[in-house]
Ligand binder design. Structure first.
Ligand code: SF4
Ligand code: SF4
Ligand code: SF4
Ligand code: FES
Length: 493
């Protein structure tokens, strides 16, 4: 029963216990990619390295047994740097689209492929709470980014979004589950798309909001700037009503700076967001375009005072104001809870960029060949470019946690290939990081999988050019579950 030190904790474990096992039992999280309980250590990723006093090199925690008197550091700067480097090496060689190009092009980061797979209205409204409104007036930059546009014509995303929004308003509109109030309260100046989106997002995280506006009706540019024939006001009213959740108080016909002072709001509220239109500075230093804010936190020169949307950069499209409102809500929440401000964009470590014609043909296999239309059937033209293993991908999770950068590709990238011949799983070799788990798991198969190639080009495949269906007769599901990326993934249709 060796006794050892792990990050200043003294631990006693059974003989033969690895540092990884001991750390996990003590509640210390060490990241892993190529480790699976019950399988022999692969030591191929080196993401689990730790510092053992007296050892010249860092050691993999998954393959190093605890010894009496060992002193182990699992969180030092040296360890974090080594893990980041290991992750960057893997990321540099990992090629796939984490998110659909459409989602990356949408300023509100709407998960478009999920919407097109008839996703839940709740998931749509979590990112973009104005589907009926923006489904009518958005300039749809998502469609410019749509990969299908490189093949023939973009999927008619905006029409699908409008349909989803209208269907919601036609029935009992969706209301999100609301957590108990945290006690924080935020004042928001401006009841336009940025301000109301921020209020909606904050209330969904337990923060009460009061929204001030000097007009008689809420909606800002949507109410007073967009023509009725483009955006019927009954649609706007109905969707606005879905945003005004309990504990979001609207105070109309109130001009901050005249009816009530900014200082009074700052004293009364935990934080204040200025989301008014262009030209409103409320005495704050204004850059050439509007109020000056710190780019990442959206905080003005005054602590706890934030600005977003038209007040910071005028000329915004409504969808950009919605995206800004989301970002502002996250920044304010981080400020209130003392956590670091999250990244403005959803994490994505990898993307293909432009695809060649042959790659597009491969990706388009199985998608509808019909011409673009605004009809519901158009959703079948979507190529579902996004990675379906996004929520479980350990490379994405660890990469974000260690701020690992994806290497810039130079020259020709590897081509996209995709094996969809197996009934239960798909295999996308570009996403394989060669961890070896599937090779181990499939070793009880008659054919199984093997490493093919050398160095950076090494990938797993069925040996002797065999078919995936023959290689994985009994273990396909287990391999997909173990795969730390989306290389081997369960089929979703
Ligand atoms: S909000 Fe606009 S950019 Fe985003 S998905 Fe909808 S139509 Fe596209
Ligand atoms: S084909 Fe579908 S998933 Fe791909 S970019 Fe277009 S809408 Fe998004
Ligand atoms: S396909 Fe196999 S070797 Fe490649 S990352 Fe997935 S489990 Fe690891
Ligand atoms: S080397 Fe330990 S998990 Fe990969």
């Amino acid at each position: 029963m060796p006794t050892f030190m792990l990050d200043n904790q003294t631990l006693t474990v059974d003989a033969g216990t690895t540092i990884l096992q001991a750390a996990s039992a003590a509640g210390v999280q060490i990241p892993t990619l190529c480790h699976l309980d019950g399988l022999p250590a692969q030591t191929s990723c080196m993401v689990c390295v730790v510092k053992v006093q007296g050892e010249r090199r860092l050691l993999p925690a998954c393959a190093t047994a605890v010894r009496e008197g060992m002193v182990v550091e699992s969180e030092s700067e040296e360890v974090r740097t080594a893990r980041r480097t290991a992750l960057e090496l893997l990321l540099g060689d990992h090629l796939g689209d984490c998110r659909g190009p459409c989602q990356l092009a949408c300023p509100a980061h709407l998960d478009v492929p999920n919407l097109l797979r008839a996703g839940e209205i709740g998931a749509v409204k979590a990112m973009q709470p104005w589907p009926a409104v923006l489904g009518r007036i958005c300039a749809a930059p998502c469609e410019k980014g749509c990969r299908r546009a490189q093949w023939d014509n973009a999927v008619s995303i905006r029409a699908h979004e409008r349909r989803a929004g209208d269907a919601d308003l036609a029935g009992t509109p969706y209301t999100p589950p609301l957590p108990a109030l945290t006690g924080f309260k935020v004042a928001i100046i401006g009841a336009g798309p940025a301000g109301l989106t921020a209020a909606y997002a904050l209330r969904r995280r337990g923060v009460a909001c009061t929204v001030f506006d000097d007009h008689l009706k809420p909606g800002g540019m949507l109410q007073y700037g967009v023509p009725e024939e483009t955006l019927p006001r009954d649609v706007l009213q109905a969707e606005l009503a879905t945003l005004l959740l309990p504990d979001i108080t609207l105070r109309l016909n109130v001009r901050v700076g005249e009816t009530v002072s900014l200082d009074a709001l700052r004293r009364e509220y935990s934080a204040v967001l200025i989301a008014a239109g262009p030209g409103v500075t409320l005495g704050l230093p204004a850059g050439p375009r509007g109020i000056t804010v710190e780019k990442h936190t959206l905080m003005t020169t005054e602590s706890g005072l934030f600005a977003a949307g038209g007040a910071v950069a005028p000329g915004h499209q409504a969808v950009r104001a919605v995206g800004d409102g989301q970002v502002a809500a996250q920044a304010i929440l981080a400020y209130l809870t003392g956590k670091p401000t999250p990244a403005h964009r959803p994490p994505a470590v990898s993307h293909y960029g432009r695809m060649h014609r042959g790659e597009l043909a491969l990706l388009a296999e199985g998608a509808a060949r019909t011409p673009r239309s605004d009809a519901p059937e158009d959703a079948a033209r979507c190529l579902h470019c996004d990675c379906r293993a996004l929520d479980s991908c350990l490379l994405l999770r660890h990469g974000a946690a260690y701020h690992a950068a994806r290497h810039t590709w130079e020259g020709e990238r590897r081509p996209f290939t995709w094996d969809r011949s197996h009934a239960e799983v798909t295999y996308e070799p570009g996403k394989c990081i060669g961890c070896g788990l599937c090779v181990q798991i499939a070793s009880r198969e008659e054919l199984g999988l093997a490493f093919i190639g050398r160095g950076f080009t090494v990938r797993v495949a069925a040996p002797f050019d065999g078919a995936l269906a023959d290689a994985l007769r009994a273990t396909a599901q287990a391999c997909a579950e173990a795969c730390p990326t989306g290389a081997l993934a369960k089929r979703d249709g």
